[in-house]
Ligand binder design. Sequence first.
Ligand SMILES: O=C(O)CCC(=O)C(=O)O
Ligand SMILES: [Fe+2]
Length: 341
Amino acid sequence: MSTARTSIPVLDLSTARGADGGFRPEFLDALRDATHSVGFFQIVGYGGRPGQDQELLDTVAEFFRLPLDERLALDNRTSAQFRGYTRLGTEVTRGRADAREQIDYGPERAPLEQVPADQPYLRLQGPNQWPAGFPALEKAAMEWAELMSAVGAELLSAISASLGLPEDHFAEPFAGTPAWMGKLVHYVGTGVVPEAGQQGVGLHADYGFVTLLLQDGVGGLEVQPYGQEEWIDVPPTPGALVVNLGEMLEVATDGYLMATIHRVIAPAAGVDRYSVPFFWSPRLDAVIDKVELPADLAAQARGVSDDPDNPMLSSYGENVLKGWLRAHPQTARLHYPDLVG
Ligand SMILES: O=C(O)CCC(=O)C(=O)O
Ligand SMILES: [Fe+2]
């Protein structure tokens, strides 16, 4: 095996396209290396207003300082879409509580009136829950989602081009009502959730296509590239977003691209960490076909991870609903009793 990676690459998205509007070959080479070998990288030059990233993190921190009853007014157990506030210690990863509280949100849409029994994931379409007394949160979070949707679409075009596919190869599954997901996360210092131990969030892969993560300066995110024992730190880098690939791209490329395993170590006692992951995701009813890779890339495809605890599905809706039901058992029992035991 090749030598272990000890760091993750940094790419400048503002240099991705050349004067003719097409992607530059050097950028695509660097991107292909990052997505194939590590599955994790950072990008700078992704746009947005100056200061928008820090403003968002500050607004998120302010929300989590509101009294618990104001946070609990947004309790995600009232939401069949798993939207709203998750209390400390109630999210579960790999059977263990995580040391984080969070707000989950997505596109603001009316729930469907009729959901076919064989498409239960369509129940994930619905409204968000925002604090009425703190409108800055919704504003900052939705503005961020708009920016991240554009960045996600651009990166997916670049990833397609780097695989020798047309830029718009994945455009159709995202057309109309892409089911992106945003999270506003507060990690608490070791000891606040005793049963979490050191687990900020337990090891996992993401479900969708492309994850774009804004993290503050505390650190603790670690990744484990394919075939490697050693975990690599993702160092907080001012002006950067962390990018990683989700399971849909691993399935579509038969493991040429990897949904790399990652985790967050809980901050030290007394320290808080804030992060904003954004999952650029297709329509709930999207089914992703395998892509036809050029022969030299196909020869390096590793097959899809075969984890009996985590089957990977080509239906996006099924894959994401699997994740929600597992991570939020209480909400799952209340709203999906037909699907959980
Ligand atoms: O907060 C982080 O740094 C990563 C969070 C994460 O991996 C997730 O929520 O899927
Ligand atoms: Fe993740």
